[in-house]
Design a protein around this ligand. Sequence first.
Ligand SMILES: Cc1cc2ncn([C@H]3O[C@H](COP(=O)(O)O)[C@@H](O)[C@H]3O)c2cc1C
Ligand SMILES: O=C(O)c1cccnc1
Length: 335
Amino acid sequence: MPFQSLADVRAMLAALPAPDAAAIAAAEARNGQLTKPPGALGRLEKLAIWMGGWQGTDKPTADKPQIAIFAGNHGVTAKGVSAFPAEVTAQMVANFAHGGAAINQLARTFGARLDVHALELDRPTADFTEGPAMTEAEVVEALRRGHEAVSPDADLFVAGEMGIGNTTSAAAIATALYGGFGWAGRGTGVDDAGLRRKEAAVAAGIEKNAALMGDPLEVLRCLGGREIAAMAGAILGARMARVPVILDGFIACAAAAVLEKAAPGALDHCVAGHQSAEGAHARLLEKLGKEPLLNLGLRLGEGSGAALAIGVVQGAVACHSGMLTFAEAGVAAGA
Ligand SMILES: Cc1cc2ncn([C@H]3O[C@H](COP(=O)(O)O)[C@@H](O)[C@H]3O)c2cc1C
Ligand SMILES: O=C(O)c1cccnc1
């Protein structure tokens, strides 16, 4: 058991592993010798060196990517916050199992292992507008499921989610962590009245759980969902195993934000895969200090934007680890 209480999670967050400084130096040196003008591969160069640092090598790989999707149901759906009914969560889990969802196609395209973890779908979280969404035992169990989902063999990890109502939960988390207004967005496509219901649910959730909002892990317990907690646990598990992570959209970033607030630097092993079309995702990425790799107007979740960014990371490490140096290739170096 990686942890049995939120206190154990806090202790883990206080002692996170750092990247391998020698591997970073070696990867930087290698990058400087490859057959291209200095800096010509732009951000790909930084990505490859970052991958090397976390993997502890000057020749990183990205041919064993893992995508884990976590699914959970939300009591707050009773407040009419989604354009779709809560049954869709379980129906989409079946669709993932049959290979029929967008993420199945993307995982196959980039050669990623895809695991689906359905977290007590017949037992939704409590409606957070009326009290904490989860007990400590429930949130710790979800964090643990995520933590244990990371394969020790993976060289790159994506956490994705499925949970009708979870853009409201993510908006509530972002509001609690960063304050201000306007964190709720259209999600699956709610109309103006639906958006107002989401804003009201967020405000009620913050007010009802006000006494606990100073502690990021309590924010996760009170306003999160099982799949959001599991994504946080998985991102933490990847850090402990020094597996680099690609962050997905608004909901995945809300999960990640809990870790960053609890322990600044906790997302140093993460890159932002994309900027989603969910209204407040750009703002959340700014709070995290992360520049997205892609901006394709996706607003799906399931890890889909991050999955597409696996291709970018694969391109970066293929160049970095596969190219010849000037000396090896017999190409004349510049002045
Ligand atoms: C068919 C379908 C497939 C999905 N795949 C991801 N989501 C996305 O939409 C949900 C969040 O939006 P909201 O907060 O508005 O409910 C999450 O399940 C998210 O993963 C889907 C939603 C639907 C309807
Ligand atoms: O940003 C996302 O990942 C997202 C946006 C809308 C609906 N589901 C997911």
